[in-house]
Design a protein around this ligand. Structure first.
Ligand SMILES: NC(=O)c1ccc[n+]([C@@H]2O[C@H](COP(=O)([O-])OP(=O)(O)OC[C@H]3O[C@@H](n4cnc5c(N)ncnc54)[C@H](OP(=O)(O)O)[C@@H]3O)[C@@H](O)[C@H]2O)c1
Length: 439
């Protein structure tokens, strides 16, 4: 039958079970209900929720769920004859989410998940089960929430060799950084504002220490480079070490501070690192405000692609999940990482210290004669060449802020210099250093 022809008999509904009815699960219920007719026309068949499961059946979720069957035991969703697709929206790399995912795929049913931690840690195993069982594994919502970047790279840019993928992969950090930028707030105050607005969890570790962004970066890297997903090869430095002066000084230098996940593949191997960076004020990433996410992928024929949108929230995340469900309804699926697991390469880990670039270095020092000479000597001994140095008088008597911009050089020389200065009695607190993006 041609894909253009109307089916001779209406196709049966695609029957979906939802596991986890929190922020994301609630959004999926609302979206499937609100756009039901349009989705059925686009999918070529109705999409029906047939069963739900979460921890507490009696919790008020602000939606009428009375018409759907409730299962306390999530495995009942897998076992049910009337379920074609299980949508996992529980969270956590392991535990019940992983058990459900394995059982679903193992039973030959389609799995849709929003769970970046689980895909980052177990994506290859899950993809292998999906291949063995010839069943879909879809995870659009796991990377950059509502931005359809998985589909764009997996399908739209699939003819390209991609050498680099990078971006703002955590909306909580971007919200905090833009608060610091706009209000001159400290990290602690900006984090408190993010928590008050619901952008940050009470325990913000996963977000502010770059772990969440690392999960997403590892998935993007596998997809872009055709490499085996390896979360252990991703290094992450978060944004806790930033102070208000860093944001001000970056601006004075014509830059903005962004938490950037960067993956690059070259002859030296695969580099995957999440860290705060100085982004030139005219780079598209510098304009990404608040809790938005953005991803840049550079293909050898298409050039630079830039995707921006909401990286989280009930509506955007549900949009990505339901798009995956629609693909399944149309029988459109293929290998989860764009090629079979056995075709993915195991790329060596690149030497991050050998990466060449300019760096921003900020120190707080005691206001004493000879301190600048000590810093200059440490830089010289480590092989760091200084392009410019700014000294700002202390505002509150807590020390003098020294900001250096280096000439291009290997990143490891900065670590060496800061290692030497760590022994100094005149350096107060922990220095901050960030690469300056030149892309
Ligand atoms: N929130 C976002 O904007 C966003 C964006 C992209 C991706 N994601 C991903 O989407 C997933 C869900 O996130 P969320 O924000 O919706 O989380 P959430 O609001 O905390 O909801 C989690 C749901 O899972 C259920 N659950 C938790 N532990 C369970 C267990 N042991 N057994 C059965 N059910 C359990 C909870 O049940 P109860 O309600 O009964 O407690 C709740 O319904 C995560 O993987 C997250 O990383 C979230």
């Amino acid at each position: 039958m041609s894909p253009y022809s109307a089916p001779t008999a209406p196709r049966p509904p695609l029957r979906v079970a939802l596991a986890g009815i929190g922020v994301v699960g609630g959004g999926v219920v609302r979206l499937l209900e609100a756009n039901r007719e349009l989705i059925a026309r686009r999918a070529g068949r109705p999409i029906e929720i047939v069963a739900l499961s979460a921890r507490d059946r009696h919790k008020d979720r602000g939606i009428d769920l009375g018409r759907y069957r409730w299962e306390d035991d999530m495995d009942a969703l897998v076992a049910a004859d009337d379920v074609d697709v299980v949508v996992e929206m529980i969270g956590g790399a392991d535990g019940p989410a992983l058990t459900l995912a394995r059982h679903t795929l193992g039973a030959g049913k389609a799995l849709v998940t929003a769970n970046k931690a689980m895909i980052a840690h177990h994506g290859l195993d899950l993809a292998r089960i999906a291949e063995e069982k010839d069943t879909p594994l879809k995870y659009e919502a796991a990377v950059a929430g509502g931005i359809p970047v998985i589909k764009a790279i997996r399908e739209g840019a699939s003819a390209n060799e991609i050498a680099r993928v990078y971006g703002i992969l955590n909306g909580t950090c971007n919200y905090i950084l833009t608060q610091m930028e706009r209000n001159g707030a400290s990290f602690a105050d900006a984090l408190a504002a993010a928590q008050a607005e619901g952008y940050a969890e009470a325990d913000p570790t996963f977000d502010v220490d770059g772990i969440d962004a690392a999960h997403k970066l590892s998935i993007l890297a596998a997809l872009c480079f055709g490499t085996r997903l390896d979360i252990d090869a991703v290094t992450a430095d978060g944004i806790r070490g930033l102070i208000a002066a860093d944001i001000r000084e970056a601006e004075a230098l014509g830059h903005r501070v962004r938490l950037i996940g960067m993956a690059e593949r070259d002859a030296g191997g695969l580099y995957q690192h999440v860290q705060p960076c100085l982004v030139p004020a005219d780079h598209p990433l510098a304009y990404v405000p608040g809790a938005l996410n953005a991803v840049v992928a550079e293909g050898n024929f298409v050039g630079r692609l830039f995707f921006e949108g909401a990286g989280a929230g009930a509506g955007p995340t549900a949009s990505a999940i339901v798009a995956d469900i629609i693909d399944i309804a149309r029988d459109e699926y293929g290998p989860a990482f764009a090629m079979p697991v056995d075709a993915l390469d195991a790329a060596p880990v690149a030497d991050a210290g050998a990466r060449i670039g300019k760096h921003y270095v900020r120190l707080i020092v005691e206001d004493r004669i000879g301190v600048l000479a000590e810093i200059a000597a440490a830089m010289r001994d480590a092989g760091v060449s200084i392009e410019s140095l700014i000294q700002r008088g202390s505002e509150d008597g807590s020390g003098v802020v020294i900001v250096l911009v280096t000439h291009e050089g290997p990143a490891k020389t900065i670590d060496t210099a800061l290692g030497i200065l760590a022994a100094s009695d005149h350096v107060v607190g922990t220095p901050m250093h960030m690469p300056i993006l030149a892309l």
